[in-house]
Design a protein around this ligand. Sequence first.
Ligand SMILES: Nc1ncnc2c1ncn2[C@@H]1O[C@H](COP(=O)(O)OP(=O)(O)OP(=O)(O)O)[C@@H](O)[C@H]1O
Ligand SMILES: [Mg+2]
Length: 289
Amino acid sequence: MSENIEPRAVNCAILKGGVGKSTISVNVTERLAARGHDVLFVDLEPNGHASVGLGFGEQYKDEDSDDIGDVLLDDGDASPQDVICETDFGFDILPSTKRLETIEKLVESSNFADVRLRNHVVDPLLGTDYDFILTDPPAYRGKITNNAHVATQNLIVPLTSGGGSVEGFQRMMERQVTPLRKQIGLDILAIVPNRINARIDHHNNDRKLVERLNRDFADKLPEFSRVDFEAVDNGVFNGDLPKPGIRKDDKISKAYSERKPLAAYDPENDQLKRFDELADIVENGGVAQ
Ligand SMILES: Nc1ncnc2c1ncn2[C@@H]1O[C@H](COP(=O)(O)OP(=O)(O)OP(=O)(O)O)[C@@H](O)[C@H]1O
Ligand SMILES: [Mg+2]
């Protein structure tokens, strides 16, 4: 355990598929671990992409051994330590299982369905075994995503331009975050534009997204996404334009398909500093103002 840090659990979530939840949560987990923190990554996606990608395909397929269901459900008697594995990248993983959809239905019919992950995984481990716990939930609304919000009470929201990701964010706010905030605290640590590649001085969807976020959510944006658009339009940057957001970068998707966090696949990649800034935000409990 690290000294002088406040342990924190964080959920990287949005009710929209394919915007970078898994990419961001795996890479922020790796960056925190690279600083010497004890970090647990909890894969809550029934498709198990991150678990299989990180080398835990056997655990994902195996229906006989204990899995997260035996930790969360009343008739299971596994402790989280029984199902947590060590990755090659400095952090631990609680892998997904192909039983997860069935498990979700069983959780749904249990008492206190929404507090299961909190009571059985996060509360017993955070601050004792782990400095940080990151969850990677599915894109749909249900008991698993509710559990991830309740267990972490901290959100990182990835957004991409076009494709309805802003609407996915609004849905999550209306249907999950706002109702939950009436019961318990839930902080948005950061909103992160991802897969940005267009020029910011032209009118295109990337600019529209980043401009809207700077207008409406400036206090939730990492430094790398804050842009003075007036200065951009007045030509102040003189060709050396800001490149806000996590860039669209083939190396990021190749790292993913090669089963590695970006730092292990391409240690010199310039986008690593973005994930490092997100790791700072997790350490500090929010964006530096
Ligand atoms: N900045 C980026 N540059 C290039 N490719 C990216 C970037 N971010 C994510 N991707 C790619 O986009 C795809 C979707 O990303 P990812 O799986 O992280 O999203 P997700 O929100 O977890 O999706 P799902 O809802 O399916 O779980 C992946 O193939 C990933 O490699
Ligand atoms: Mg994912």
